[in-house]
Write a protein that binds this ligand. Structure first.
Ligand SMILES: [Zn+2]
Length: 144
């Protein structure tokens, strides 16, 4: 076990799941690790103490919502972690795939509710209809 760098896993309630693979890898490879799940913001005051107790050269994996990642990263950097030691795994992909109902071309959307189809040029409304078969949301042509 000597020479193996310790892993710190840190997640919000939704991010924990994406760390399980890494955690089981650490177990398999006998890498020392700490795993903390923070259920709400008030528990995050503990992060400073936890991180400042760590020795140099640990890897920190953070998984969760974008604002959670940002908060933990800022704390870690302030304590003296380098950017190279930080790994973030954002949950809930910011972008979703949209399939045009007219031409079946694929587009990527994030927060907007209307886009112009890059393939046929029609304006599409980003619907809440998710097709499991296409692994995408359906974009309907807007009627004007
Ligand atoms: Zn189209």
């Amino acid at each position: 076990m000597e020479g193996k760098r310790k892993f710190l896993f840190c997640a919000d309630s939704k991010g924990a799941r994406s760390l399980y693979i890494l955690v089981s890898q650490a177990i398999d490879e006998n890498v020392p690790f700490d795993f903390h799940v923070f259920q709400d913001v008030s528990e995050e005051s503990f992060v400073d103490e936890w991180l400042s107790q760590q020795k140099m050269g640990v890897y920190l994996y953070i998984s969760g919502a974008a604002d959670f990642l940002k908060r933990i990263q800022n704390k870690a950097l302030k304590i003296g972690f380098s950017e190279h030691d930080l790994h973030s795994l954002p949950t809930g992909t910011a972008k979703k795939k949209l399939v045009c109902c007219t031409c079946h071309g694929e587009s990527e959307v994030d927060v907007q509710s209307y886009i112009t189809c890059a393939h046929c040029g029609l304006e599409l409304e980003v619907s809440a209809h998710y097709s499991r078969r296409l692994d995408a949301y359906l974009g309907y042509v807007t009627i004007q």
